[in-house]
Design a protein around this ligand. Structure first.
Ligand code: ATP
Ligand code: MG
Length: 326
């Protein structure tokens, strides 16, 4: 397994080597890089595809970050609700194995978890739990080591069961842990697209960049969409997005998609304590409006080439291969 600390050291060393400015990432707001805000989301819901693709695989997003605790799970659950409100069929897979944050933030206790489909002969539909507002979720449950321990036959059974979900859902959001571990990187590589969450803190931004760098080194064509969470202002968020996207384009030749931002807001903490997503508890708040904008932008017609999607079956094919044969 690649050593996370080595990866980080390498990333930091590379940051130091860059001339103009991978280091611009740590420059204070407004100081070095011209600011450009993401294009406003189309407010017209009718411009959205009605369904991602009926009969085709679901569109699979991995929500991830370089640094931990930046808001991935809150983004995952609230984005899922916003997409469900737009009439997409959405499921969340809690892949922060062992920590099970999605069910805690939903205030729910799932009856079954992912590996009950293998060890306890539960059907895939039995392990899909009902979340709020039509969102479904699958609890990752036990550690990722258990996935690694499955034999080929069990993996094939899991993949074939999960491919049924591709028919049922338009969007599958995979909430991962943070960082440059093989598991997180593997899941990001296996998904159709990566939603990368960062806060404006320099440590979070440089860790996000280190993760982008690791992903691009393994897959040049990876689609990475950026969400700035806990921004103090639209200006601060736009500045972070501009820095990261300019540095990624210049040094990695990667076009980073600016998906949107969410303000730093005590309502998030209140929602977490109440175990209720803020889109439900505070639907008119700025943070809820931002997440709805992100959902709209994500589903814009131009945002995705359906033929590229491999769906959940493809995701599990990718991740299991990756975990087994690393
Ligand atoms: N926009 C926000 N405004 C204020 N606080 C926030 C915001 N987003 C997240 N937080 C705070 O950060 C905490 C962590 O959020 P969350 O659990 O979504 O992060 P995470 O990236 O999933 O963490 P982990 O890496 O541990 O899985 C929340 O409980 C909340 O206190
Ligand atoms: Mg989390």
């Amino acid at each position: 397994m690649t050593d996370q600390a080595d990866n980080l050291r390498q990333a930091i060393a590379n940051l130091g080597r860059a001339r103009l400015s991978e280091t611009a990432l740590a420059v204070p707001v407004g100081a070095a890089v011209p600011v450009s805000a993401p294009a406003p989301a189309a407010e017209v819901v009718s411009a959205l595809p009605i369904k991602a693709r009926r009969g085709g695989p679901a569109r699979v997003f991995t929500v991830t970050s370089g640094k931990g605790g930046v808001g991935k799970t809150n983004v995952s659950i609230n984005l899922a609700i916003a997409l469900s409100d737009l009439k997409y069929k959405v499921a969340i897979l809690d892949a922060d194995f062992g920590l099970a944050n999605v069910e805690v933030l939903f205030g729910l206790i799932p009856k079954y978890k992912l590996l009950d489909a293998i060890h306890n002969e539960k059907t895939i539909s039995e392990i899909v739990c009902d979340g709020p507002r039509g969102v479904k979720f699958i609890s990752g449950g036990s550690g990722v080591e258990e996935l690694v321990r499955l034999d080929d036959e069990q993996i094939a059974a899991l993949i074939s069961g999960l491919s049924g979900l591709d028919e049922e859902f338009d969007v599958i959001i995979i909430d991962t842990g943070a960082g440059l571990s093989e598991t997180v990187v593997g899941m990001s590589l296996a998904a159709d697209e990566v939603l990368l969450v960062t806060t404006p803190e320099p440590t979070s931004v440089t860790d996000a960049y280190a993760l982008i760098k690791t992903l691009v080194a393994r897959d040049r064509d990876k689609t990475v969409r950026l969400i700035v969470n806990r921004a103090e202002s639209a200006l601060e968020a736009a500045d972070i997005m501009s820095k990261l996207s300019q540095v990624s384009e210049k040094f990695l030749d990667l076009k980073l998609h600016k998906l949107g931002y969410i303000l730093n807001d005590p309502l998030v903490v209140r929602s977490v304590k109440q175990q209720q997503p803020f889109l439900i508890g505070f639907p008119q708040s700025k943070i809820s409006r931002s997440v709805r904008e992100i959902a709209l932008r994500l589903m814009e017609r131009t945002a995705f080439a359906p033929e590229k999607g491999r769906g959940l079956a493809g995701f599990f094919g990718g991740i299991s291969k990756f975990l087994l044969y690393k």
